[in-house]
Design a protein. Structure first.
Length: 220
């Protein structure tokens, strides 16, 4: 997958379980060398904030944040809850921990400011539909169907973007799309996107957040 992204010169937002620093440090180093953004994604996807006490969730966020700061040398700007399962307090705790944006709320195709008890937190669009977990794993979609979905999403949003800027993401996982027979189909997606390169800003969720803040600052 890294070779494919290099071929198409695509920047990535890497949603990182920090257990990967121990499990596969060479892989994280390869993303770091590309200059990809590391987005905090909990310790593992086996634990999520639902059912945690406020103190336990705060400790989880702090542990993840410190691990990324140790290895990447800077505070992560974005957060995506493991399993996409934030608690009722996650946004409050993220703002208190210094996060700039969250990917937990797929409620628009543009960033949206959210209110927390500690000020504003930006919600950056994250695709829960154009995502290989629900499409392939949960709904038993084929690799061809997933590629068709992603291309249709891209073509329609590109047409709509003539009237307003939109953020399009595609969520893939190495153990799903990374399978060779699925990767072969995913190449069709990247070929279609690359064919319209003059009309697109290829970027990361963090850069989208930074750009949006410069245009639509929070009122808080």
């Amino acid at each position: 997958m890294l070779e494919l992204f290099e071929e198409y010169k695509l920047p990535l937002s890497v949603l990182l379980n920090t257990a990967c620093y121990d499990h596969c440090p060479e892989l994280i180093a390869a993303f770091r060398a590309r200059g990809d953004e590391i987005v905090a994604h909990g310790r593992t996807n086996s634990e999520n904030a639902n059912g945690m006490s406020e103190a336990d969730e705060r400790a989880l966020i702090a542990d993840v944040t410190e691990a990324i700061k140790k290895h990447e040398g800077k505070q992560p700007g974005g957060w995506m809850s493991p399993g996409a399962h934030p608690s009722a307090l996650t946004e409050d705790l993220l703002a208190e921990a210094g996060y700039r944006y969250t990917l937990d709320w797929p409620m628009d195709d543009q960033p949206v400011w959210m209110k927390t008890r500690s000020g504003a937190l930006l919600s950056v669009p994250y695709p829960h539909e154009v995502n290989d977990v629900p499409m392939v794993v949960l709904h038993h979609g084929t690799s061809t169907a997933f590629a068709d979905m992603a291309i249709d999403q891209f073509d329609e949003m590109l047409a709509q973007s003539d009237k307003q800027p939109l953020a399009l993401g595609i969520t893939i996982h190495s153990f799903i799309v990374g399978q060779p027979f699925r990767l072969r189909q995913f190449r069709r997606v990247l070929e279609r996107i690359a064919s319209k390169a003059e009309s697109i800003w290829f970027t990361t969720s963090g850069q989208i957040a930074e750009h949006y803040v410069g245009i639509v600052p929070s009122e808080e």
